[in-house]
Structures are given as structure tokens and as C-alpha cells.
Design a protein around this ligand. Structure first.
Ligand SMILES: [Fe+2]
Length: 214
């Protein structure tokens, strides 16, 4: 499998400069390239149908890097994909996301306090709101680097990059809170809702119809 870097129509965002976005797209393309490079190198080991004992150290190191490069690629796609010019505000009161956040955290505001809190954690990584496909519930998680802390099988629905490269051209390292405000000013809540489990969306839509709304 050879991955192609995606393009994202992002510019003129609130509080996140085009300069930052351009640099960030280049970094993302690096992850796509390295994912492809690693896959190609690993397939060369497998070409003779076995992994020899003397190949094992190099083969192991390349495999250990796979999680970093793959998640670096995929998480950036989720991150760019959940921002848009003219986005922001809070999740729509009638959205599947809002309903799930209220059910999971007691209130949308508490969900947001937790997500922002995770985003402010010291260290290099990501704040991610996942949906459990088995229960439909939401939970926020800190992911170190790109690969430590992802929950197997859970679906990312809102993804925020809090590596310093995401904001260092616009804010000081100590101003992560300002960057988090800027991130929320650009969230594409429609895209977030599209990521929600389709049963959840159907239930919310049915509820709206029953209330005579849409
Ligand atoms: Fe990043």
C-alpha cells in the first residue's frame, strides 16, 4: 500500500496563521513519505519469504517506527479534517456529538473542560476525543508522540495537535492555552458529527423529527 498525501483547503483560519499551516502540511507530508519508506523497506526483508535471525535487529527497529509514522500520518489527517474557516463556536445543541458528550460527561461543558485540560497537559502529543463503537460513549485521551495512548478500535472524532510545531510560529511555548482557544475557533463541528457512529446520528435525527425539528 502506497499512501498519497491529502490536501486540505485550509487558510485564513482564526488565530492559526497560513505560515503555520503551510509548515504543518509539509510535516504531515513527511509522515506520509516515511510511512511509505518504512513499508517498502520492510517488504524488502520479506522478499525471500523469511526474516533471518541476522536481519532481526534492523527488522525490529523498522517495525517499532511504524506506529510513530502511521499515527503521525493519520492523526494529522483527522486534525486538519476537523478544522475549517468559519468554524468554531460550540457543537450544535442537536448534534449527535453533543448528545454523546452530554451522556458521557454529564454535560457538554464538562466534556470541554476535560478536552481542554488534556490539551494543556505538559508534553508532546495530542488531545483526542474518541467514540467507543460498542457503547457510543465519548472519552478524551492524551496521546504521547503519535502512538502511545491510542485506544484500539475506538474512533477519533475530535483531534487536536498539541505538539509545539502546531503553534510555535503564532504563540510562545507558554501560550498553549491561546492556541487551544484558536483551535476551538476553527473546529468544523459538521465534520466531527460525520465521524460519529451512524446509529448515533440516526437516533439523533429521529429524535429531531419526533420533535418536529430537523
Ligand atoms: Fe503536527
Amino acid at each position: 500500500m502506497v499512501y498519497q498525501a491529502k490536501t486540505f483547503p485550509l487558510s485564513n483560519l482564526e488565530g492559526i496563521s497560513d505560515q503555520t499551516l503551510e509548515m504543518h502540511f509539509k510535516l504531515y507530508e513527511g509522515y506520509v513519505k516515511e510511512t511509505n519508506n518504512l513499508t517498502e523497506k520492510l517488504s524488502a526483508f520479506l522478499a525471500d519469504g523469511k526474516v533471518d535471525q541476522e536481519e532481526m535487529p534492523a527488522y525490529s527497529e523498522l517495525n517499532r517506527r511504524l506506529g510513530f509514522e502511521y499515527n503521525g500520518m493519520v492523526l494529522h489527517e483527522y486534525y486538519f479534517g476537523n478544522m475549517t474557516r468559519g468554524g468554531g463556536g460550540d457543537a450544535d445543541g442537536r448534534s449527535a456529538f453533543r448528545a454523546a458528550a452530554e451522556r458521557s460527561y454529564g454535560s457538554y461543558d464538562i466534556w470541554k473542560v476535560d478536552f481542554v485540560g488534556v490539551g494543556k497537559m505538559r508534553g508532546v502529543g495530542w488531545a483526542i476525543c474518541f467514540q467507543d463503537p460498542n457503547t457510543g460513549s465519548l472519552s478524551n485521551h492524551w496521546v504521547s508522540l503519535h502512538e502511545v495512548g491510542n485506544v484500539a478500535g475506538f474512533h477519533p472524532v475530535l483531534v487536536m495537535d498539541v505538539w509545539e510545531h502546531a503553534f510555535l510560529l503564532d504563540y510562545k511555548p507558554s501560550e498553549r492555552a491561546k492556541y487551544i482557544d484558536a483551535f476551538f475557533a476553527n473546529v468544523d463541528w459538521t465534520a466531527v458529527d460525520r465521524r460519529m457512529d451512524s446509529d448515533e446520528r440516526a437516533a439523533t435525527d429521529a429524535g429531531r423529527r419526533a420533535q418536529g425539528g430537523r
